[in-house]
Design a protein around this ligand. Structure first.
Ligand code: ZN
Length: 265
């Protein structure tokens, strides 16, 4: 009698294991979501900073020595920061909406198929399992077992078949706001020295402040994704140097190309 019940208990435990493991992977998922959230923030700040630093450096170079230089740099920087904030924020919002709608439609379709053609869906799951090397008999048994738990059954189909989570936590509004806010925070950094001081001091101050923040952002990003800290810092600093150089070169070239010369101070 004891021998007969023992394997049953074992089998029962094995069936319930996916749920036990579920709570573990839940916290891992949360950790992953947190990491990708930090990545979002880092990229937003980096984007805003690089864009505005290139812009202010370019305008500062092009208007060097002109009477209206300071005002022009400030207006260009602030306009660029606000335009970028709106554009990046709405872009992230719309992309989030599209992704959410796509996922919802896929989930809706799969749910319908699971209800209307359970046998075909069972065969499908057996196929997915045997494709992954599960022997046919075990695949049959596994699929039947999974089908007894509707929630798990649906999740397994969505994840194995479509590679999506059955419970998408996406919030396009949140995505848009995070992008807009982080872009603006990054964009303000290269402008601050132009508010505090002017002339070459402001240009140098803007580049130095931007470089310091960029290194911080690069190191922070490296820490989050498990990259070498020095590599993360130099990578971002390299991109920053390229953006500043591009702004400088354009600032030198464009006034010549368009024959523009602002009245000197
Ligand atoms: Zn399916």
């Amino acid at each position: 009698m004891a021998e007969a019940t023992s394997p049953q208990t074992k089998r029962g435990a094995a069936l319930h294991n996916p749920f036990a493991a579920g709570s573990d992977s839940e916290s891992e998922r949360e950790a992953l979501a947190r990491r990708s959230g930090i990545r979002e923030v880092v990229f937003g700040v980096q984007d805003g900073l690089l864009t505005t630093m290139g812009l202010t450096t370019g305008v500062a170079t092009a208007t060097a020595g002109a009477a209206v230089a300071h005002t022009t740099i400030l207006i260009a920087g602030l306009a660029g920061a606000l335009a970028g904030m709106v554009s990046m924020g709405t872009g992230a919002y719309l992309a989030g909406c599209a992704e959410r709608d796509l996922k919802r439609a896929a989930i809706h379709k799969e749910r319908g198929e699971l209800e209307s053609q359970p046998l075909a869906e069972h065969e499908e799951m057996v196929g997915i399992l045997t494709d992954r090397g599960v022997p046919a008999a075990t695949a049959e048994e596994l699929s039947r077992s999974l089908a007894q738990y509707p929630q798990l059954w649906e999740e397994t189909h969505l994840e194995k078949e479509l590679g999506i989570s059955s419970n998408p936590h996406e919030s396009p509004v949140r995505d848009g706001l995070v992008m807009a806010l982080t872009f603006l925070i990054g964009a303000v950094i290269p402008i601050v020295p132009y508010i505090v001081t002017s002339g070459l001091d402001a240009v140098v101050g803007s580049l130095l402040l931007s470089a310091v923040v960029l290194v911080g952002v690069g190191v922070g990003k490296a820490a989050v994704i498990g990259q070498k800290l020095a590599l993360g810092g130099t990578q971002v600093l390299g991109v920053g140097t390229a953006a500043a150089l591009a702004g400088y070169v354009l600032g030198v070239l464009l006034p010549h190309v368009f024959g523009l010369r602002l009245p000197p101070a």
